[in-house]
Write a protein that binds this ligand. Structure first.
Ligand SMILES: Cc1cc2nc3c(=O)[nH]c(=O)nc-3n(C[C@H](O)[C@H](O)[C@H](O)COP(=O)(O)OP(=O)(O)OC[C@H]3O[C@@H](n4cnc5c(N)ncnc54)[C@H](O)[C@@H]3O)c2cc1C
Length: 306
C-alpha cells in the first residue's frame, strides 16, 4: 500500500459499444466504482495505461426490486442502493445480510455489486449470497445479450467466463417462492500484515410448503474455501421433501462439512475449517427456514395483488 499510481488515461464513453472498443486495447481496463481496481493499482499488482469508466454509459443504471418479478440491477448500481431498498431486505435477505456485513461499510457508497462479482476474488461475500439466490448474470457485447447462471460465471480465482469484448450489463435475481427465506453469515479472523484468507462465509435459501412443514426447495452455498463459492448439491437434494426441522439442517450441514475440501492457512487447520463450515451451514439453514416460517406480511400481500 501507499505506492503512487502511475499516470493513466481516463475515458468516459457513453455507449456499451464504445466502452468495449476502448477497453479492448492493450493496457486498457473497464471499471465502475474503482474500489477494487484502484486498490490493485496502488498495490502495484496491476498497471493500466487507460481506464474506461462505465458510469456514463447509457442503459446500465436500471434498478428494480419487486417480490413477484424479481430483483434486477445494472452494472452502475451502487451497493448502497440495494442496502437501502426495503424489498431487498425482506425477500433477498441473504444478499442484504452480505451487504450489511461489508467491512468497512462505506465501501457500499462507491462499489457496485457487479464490480464485486467481476473482481472474482475468492473470499468476497456478495457472490456467495448471489449463488444462494440463483442469480443470473447478463452479459453484453454491445450488440446482443446472453445470460449465464451464476454457477457458471467463475472459471477460477480472479477468472470469469466473460469473453473478449464482453461485459456484465446487469444481474437478475429471481423472486423467491411465497414461503421462502434466506440467510448469510460469515466468520473471519483479522490478521494484520497477512494475505491469508482466515474467512468462511455461507448462505442458504429455504422454501417451505403452504403448511410450512416440508422443505420444497433449498440452496446451500459455502464461500471463501476455494477458487469460487461451492454449492452443496447433495445437501440440497437431501433437504428437498424433508420435514422442516433441526434434524434436517444438522444432516445437511454434516454433508457440507464433508463435501468441502477447504484451503487451509496458518490460522485455521482443516479440522477447524470443517467445523466452522458445519456450524455456519446449520445456522444459515435454520435462519432461512425460520424466516420462511414466520413470513407473513400483509403489506407485501397487498402489494402482490397489483
Ligand atoms: C477496503 C475494502 C474492503 C472490502 N470489503 C469487502 C467485504 O467485506 N466483502 C466483500 O464481499 N467485498 C469487499 N470488498 C470488495 C468491494 O465490494 C468491491 O471492491 C467493490 O464492490 C467493487 O466494485 P467497483 O464498482 O468499485 O469495481 P471496480 O473496482 O470498478 O472493478 C472491479 C473489477 O471488475 C471489473 N468490472 C467492473 N464492472 C464490470 C462490468 N460491468 N463488466 C465486466 N467487468 C467489470 C473491472 O474491470 C475490475 O477488474 C472490499 C473492498 C475494499 C476496497
Amino acid at each position: 500500500m501507499g505506492r503512487v499510481i502511475q499516470p493513466f488515461e481516463f475515458v468516459e464513453p457513453s455507449t456499451i459499444d464504445e466502452a468495449l472498443g476502448l477497453a479492448a486495447a492493450e493496457g486498457s481496463r473497464l471499471f465502475a466504482g474503482g474500489c477494487e481496481l484502484v486498490l490493485s493499482m496502488r498495490r502495484g499488482e496491476v498497471r493500466y495505461r487507460r481506464l474506461v469508466s462505465i458510469m456514463g454509459v447509457g442503459g446500465l443504471g436500471g434498478f428494480r426490486a419487486h417480490p413477484k418479478h424479481g430483483l434486477e440491477f445494472g452494472a452502475q448500481v451502487k451497493i448502497r442502493q440495494l442496502a437501502n431498498h426495503i424489498w431487498v431486505g425482506k425477500r433477498w435477505a441473504a444478499l442484504h445480510e452480505a451487504i450489511e456485513q461489508l467491512h468497512p461499510p462505506h465501501i457500499m457508497n462507491m462499489g457496485t455489486v457487479v464490480g464485486n462479482l467481476c473482481s472474482a476474488v475468492p473470499y468476497y461475500d456478495l457472490p456467495t449470497s448471489l449463488y444462494a439466490h440463483r442469480a443470473v448474470i447478463r452479459i453484453g457485447d454491445g450488440r446482443s445479450d446472453r445470460e449465464l447462471p451464476i454457477d457458471d460465471f467463475y472459471i477460477g480465482p480472479r477468472m470469469t467466463a466473460l469473453g473478449r469484448g464482453e461485459m456484465v450489463t446487469s444481474i437478475f435475481v429471481p423472486p423467491p417462492l411465497a414461503d421462502a427465506g434466506s440467510a448469510f453469515k460469515k466468520i473471519y479472523k483479522a490478521r494484520r500484515r497477512s494475505n491469508d484468507l482466515h474467512k468462511i462465509n455461507a448462505a442458504a435459501y429455504v422454501a417451505l410448503d403452504a403448511d410450512k412443514e416440508t422443505i420444497v426447495d433449498a440452496t446451500l452455498v459455502i464461500g471463501s474455501v476455494g477458487a469460487k463459492p461451492v454449492r452443496i448439491a447433495k445437501a440440497e437434494t437431501v433437504l428437498r421433501g424433508q420435514s422442516a426441522g433441526h434434524a434436517a439442517y444438522e444432516a445437511a450441514a454434516e454433508i457440507a462439512a464433508k463435501a468441502v475440501e477447504p484451503m487451509t492457512d496458518a490460522a485455521w487447520v482443516e479440522e477447524i475449517r470443517s467445523e466452522w463450515i458445519r456450524l455456519l451451514a446449520r445456522d444459515v439453514l435454520e435462519q432461512a427456514a425460520s424466516r420462511a416460517r414466520s413470513r407473513h406480511d400483509p403489506a407485501e400481500d397487498a402489494h402482490l395483488a397489483f
